[in-house]
Write a protein that binds this ligand. Structure first.
Ligand SMILES: Cc1cc2nc3c(=O)[nH]c(=O)nc-3n(C[C@H](O)[C@H](O)[C@H](O)COP(=O)(O)OP(=O)(O)OC[C@H]3O[C@@H](n4cnc5c(N)ncnc54)[C@H](O)[C@@H]3O)c2cc1C
Length: 511
């Protein structure tokens, strides 16, 4: 997670030529067309024939360009309501985009021809001086939210490390970061939302006002409404944070490398299951020839040394690297975790990557068969240019984690039992810019994923909906993301959006 940005290919969008496949209509005042209806309702709009259209529909993941019928840029909930009513009349699917970081470009609809609602003008943020509840506009990005809450109240909210990720997609579908074992996911800290529903109604939703909708939105938000404003619980900033990392450079062709990696991972699993306090969060970052254990301890250096000692003692001592360890203030550490990127984000965001990602949610320890199979895959097939890849295994669970100790019935978020969550990320990092993502890359990453899951058939693995995997069928996706919660989600979708207006290829109700 923390290393993610450093290996992304960040291209200025100006380098990319978008070819718009077809004209979806012109801006006329006639309400016989969708565009005419939106115009008549005075909804701020970019249509396919406008010069602003190409930059407005540029996806973060350049592998998946999609072309909405038009882009609505609302400044009020009423604009969204009017847009939704027009979309209902003209039977057009609707998707909201906040930070645009969906791995499958679902903010653009995940297919051509949807009506995209770009939330970028919803940028308000305040913190109540008595309750410390933060009110956050749905168009803000994580860096804006973190720096804003800190500036106003010296407090924090749990969330991911990349400052450019949007608060809305992140919070509505989970939201994991370096304070999550201590404070829960971003989703766990939502107390209220203003939402525009699929019939155009504007409602305020909390556990008290509508427990069913509140449950559904927190886990499957994109299928149940368009959120304009969140209210979040916040926490006093931790006094200090210790950033640590042990990095092994390993020769994948050596006969003992697989065994050594298995031993390292097993030591981490054993320690995490019983002994890791909630103030400790770490991930294991893996590439061909490289394994890095790094994380954060929220406390003093002396406490960290005491807490980590049993783990260090259980790691293979032969070739144990010298660790990098440094203390920071809370807010400085957020910048370090973002690889030095400033937290406040520009209104016009221009970073991109070309990638395909899978995730595996492991509810239990990986067996030695599974670990051996995965590390053997890396040793034998780990280098496949022009693809670069990495895998991060993040510790979500363990006895003391606030993620796994939440009541599983509290929200529709389906992977409460995650012990480690794996992200398998492949991209064109460093490749010639004219190279496109190779079609075999998707099967290659699927094979890497199966190298972990197939040797452990007794375990029911899941997947993380915030790491959307568009290679899954809707049925596979729903089973992996939501497990037993899917049936209730489907029933609630029939109640709140029977026509599947709020749609993407894996929306609730598509299986
Ligand atoms: C570089 C990078 C780093 C990441 N790091 C982390 C991390 O550290 N931890 C982690 O947990 N995840 C991480 N993620 C995954 C990230 O949390 C998801 O991709 C998230 O859904 C992105 O939200 P967004 O608003 O930016 O995306 P968008 O593409 O705008 O939206 C994602 C989904 O949410 C829906 N949506 C957006 N806004 C609204 C709204 N207002 N109301 C209703 N639905 C809405 C969209 O329709 C879409 O289905 C990372 C992703 C990237 C690309």
């Amino acid at each position: 997670m923390a290393k993610l940005k450093s290996i992304l290919t960040l291209l200025a969008f100006a380098h990319l030529a978008v070819s718009i496949p077809r004209d979806y209509g012109t801006t006329t005042a006639s309400n016989r067309t969708l565009i005419g209806c939106l115009d008549a309702a005075n909804v701020p709009l970019i249509s396919a024939s406008d010069a602003d259209y190409a930059p407005a529909v540029m996806p973060f993941n350049l592998r998946l360009p999609f072309f909405p019928v038009a882009v609505v840029v609302p400044t009020t909930a009423e604009h969204i309501s009017s847009a939704i009513k027009c979309a209902n009349t003209f039977k057009t699917k609707v998707a909201a985009r906040s930070g645009g970081h969906s791995y499958a470009a679902y903010g653009l609809g995940g297919a051509d021809g949807s009506l995209m609602i770009d939330m970028k003008m919803f940028r308000h943020l305040s913190v109540d001086p008595d309750t410390y509840v933060a009110t956050v506009g749905a168009g803000l990005r994580l860096g804006d939210v973190a720096s804003g809450i800190y500036r106003l109240a010296k407090r924090g909210l749990p969330h991911g490390t990349c400052p450019g990720v949007g608060i809305s997609g992140h919070a509505l579908h989970g939201g994991f970061g370096f304070t999550s074992r201590m404070w829960g996911t971003t989703l766990d800290n939502i107390v209220e939302m203003e939402v525009v529903l699929a019939n155009g109604d504007i409602v305020t939703v909390s556990k008290r006002t509508d427990p069913d909708l509140f449950w559904a939105l927190r886990g499957a938000g994109s299928s149940f409404g368009i959120v304009t404003t969140f209210k979040f619980t916040t926490y006093p900033e931790p006094n200090s944070g210790v950033r640590f990392s042990w990095s092994w450079t390993l020769d994948d062709s050596a006969s003992d490398t697989v065994e050594k990696k298995v031993k390292i991972f097993q030591a981490l699993q054993d320690f995490s299951e019983e002994s890791a306090p909630d103030t400790l969060v770490f991930g294991v970052f893996m590439m061909a020839g490289f394994l890095d254990l790094s994380g954060v301890y929220w406390g003093s250096r002396a406490e960290f040394d005491r807490v980590i000692a049993p783990l260090v003692a259980s790691l293979p001592q032969d070739g144990l690297p010298t660790p990098q360890i440094a203390d920071y203030t809370y807010i400085d550490l957020l910048v370090v975790l973002a690889n030095g990127e400033q937290l406040p984000q520009p209104e016009n965001y221009t970073k991109h990557d070309t990638f395909f990602t899978k995730s595996i949610v492991a509810p239990t320890k990986l067996t030695s068969e599974s670990l051996t199979s995965f590390f053997t895959f890396i040793s034998e097939k780990g280098v496949r240019p022009p693809l670069s890849w990495f895998v991060i295994a993040d510790l979500y669970g363990g006895r003391n984690s606030k993620i796994s100790s939440q009541d599983p019935a509290d929200s529709s978020y389906g992977i409460r039992d995650s012990f480690f969550t794996f992200q398998l990320y492949s991209n064109l990092d460093g490749a010639d810019p004219s190279v496109t993502y190779p079609p075999w890359g998707i099967e290659y990453m699927n094979e890497m994923s199966r190298s972990i899951t197939e040797p452990q058939p007794e375990t029911k693995f899941g997947a993380y909906v915030n790491y959307v995997d568009p290679s899954l069928s809707p049925k596979e996706a729903h089973e992996l993301y939501y497990g037993p919660n899917y049936q209730r989600l489907k029933e609630l979708k029939r109640r709140y959006d029977p026509e599947l207006l709020l749609w993407n290829p894996q929306a609730i109700g598509t299986s």
